[in-house]
Unconditional design. Sequence first.
Length: 94
Amino acid sequence: MHLANLRDPLLATNADLSGSQFTNVDLHETRFEDVNLTEAEFTDINFSEAKFSNVNLTKVAIEDCNLEGMKINGVLVTERVRARMLPSCGRPIA
């Protein structure tokens, strides 16, 4: 199925969208609940001010990233990352 120039909100419930691709899509203020994103890839994504709760981050890789202001369980991690500088992070944190 190909959806182009869709402007109305989309509600997908009990759907299998495995293998789908989203390119140049605006999903701001979108809610994902009970969603399986195993092996999903996110490239050139703006997650600023996004909130993740009760999320399984096992074996998640974060590369070439801007972590400024990122908090984990309310703890600002910027200084800790800057001190250790993740080898996978391609650019220094400002």
